[in-house]
Design a binder for this molecule. Structure first.
Ligand SMILES: [Zn+2]
Length: 295
């Protein structure tokens, strides 16, 4: 794998310090999600945008650069069902699509997600309470929904660009850019950036042709842009945080009879919905869960 093929997140400034730029190349992350979760093209497109958005937001909203994660939960009335994307500041992301293979394969992402509620949870483990906010999903596409969330819940003026390019073999390109306007940016400067975004070719086609650094330069063409620190380069990947301990915990909530039935049958398997890993629990593993019920 060459340097330019590697998934990564970069950061820069533009417009003489008026704008902060975060950009992510996520092609391999999204292709891994497609393979693990057996996603149809429209599901890979929707989840790929959401995963990229979660990684960018985790970085954007963490002022202290600690251990922040961001979880995006799209609960729309479209055929994909619920979509969950979790990204953290160290570059790991994982996700889930309720119905990864909808019948109508010709749907675009806004219609495939539909209208409903977008819930955003962010926190910095181990300490620190998660912060949750929700906005109405308007069926306008992942990037537009996130732009609205940032404006309404975080009072951040921004433009969010996300793209996923599907080819017959799988995900050929994926990534995203967030352009954050600082409060001192003038209306003229913001208008200039908006017109550049409008004129720029589709993000996914740029991402297929060139590394993310050049994609940013293309989108902002003519504006001064520089990376704050060229060594700031966060590797991104599809990373699941599941473990046997975490997979076992929800079984404790099962009714007593169901637990006893699993024990009679010699144990039970639990499959992680984010990565497909299978955890096999024996009757001895499950026995302590029934004791918890009694107490
Ligand atoms: Zn997992």
């Amino acid at each position: 794998m060459t340097m330019s093929d590697r998934d990564r997140l970069i950061q820069g400034m533009a417009g003489g310090g008026d704008f902060r730029i975060l950009a992510a190349q996520t092609t391999n992350t999204v292709e891994t999600a497609r393979q693990l979760l057996d996603l149809s093209p429209v599901a890979a497109d929707a989840l790929g945008r959401a995963l990229t958005g979660s990684l960018l937001l985790a970085r954007l909203l963490d002022k202290d650069v600690r251990n922040q994660y961001v979880t995006l939960r799209f609960q729309g009335d479209g055929p994909l069902g619920i979509i969950i994307a979790e990204g953290n500041i160290t570059g790991g992301a994982r996700g889930f699509v309720g119905n990864p293979i909808p019948q109508d394969a010709s749907l675009d992402v806004p219609r495939a997600i539909g209208s409903g509620v977008l819930t955003v949870v962010r926190g910095t483990p181990p300490e620190g309470k998660p912060y949750t906010s929700a906005i109405t999903l308007e069926g306008s596409g992942v990037a537009q929904e996130l732009t609205r969330y940032l404006a309404k819940s975080e009072q951040i003026a921004s433009a969010v660009l996300l793209g996923v390019l599907n080819r017959r073999e799988g995900v050929a390109a994926a990534g995203g850019i967030i352009i954050q306007a600082f409060p001192h940016a003038t209306e003229e400067a913001i208008a200039a950036v908006e017109s550049r975004i409008k004129e720029a070719p589709a993000l996914s086609t740029l991402l297929e042709k060139m590394p993310i650094e050049d994609v940013v330069a293309q989108v902002l063409h003519g504006m001064d842009y520089k990376q704050i620190d060229s060594s700031f380069d966060v590797p991104l990947s599809y990373t699941c945080t599941c473990s046997a301990e975490r997979a076992l915990a929800p079984l404790a909530l099962f009714p007593q009879e169901e637990l006893q039935e699993m024990i009679r049958q010699g144990g039970s398997d639990v499959v992680c919905q984010f990565c497909g890993r299978k955890y096999s629990f024996s009757a001895e593993d499950l026995l302590p869960l029934t004791a918890k019920h009694d107490s």
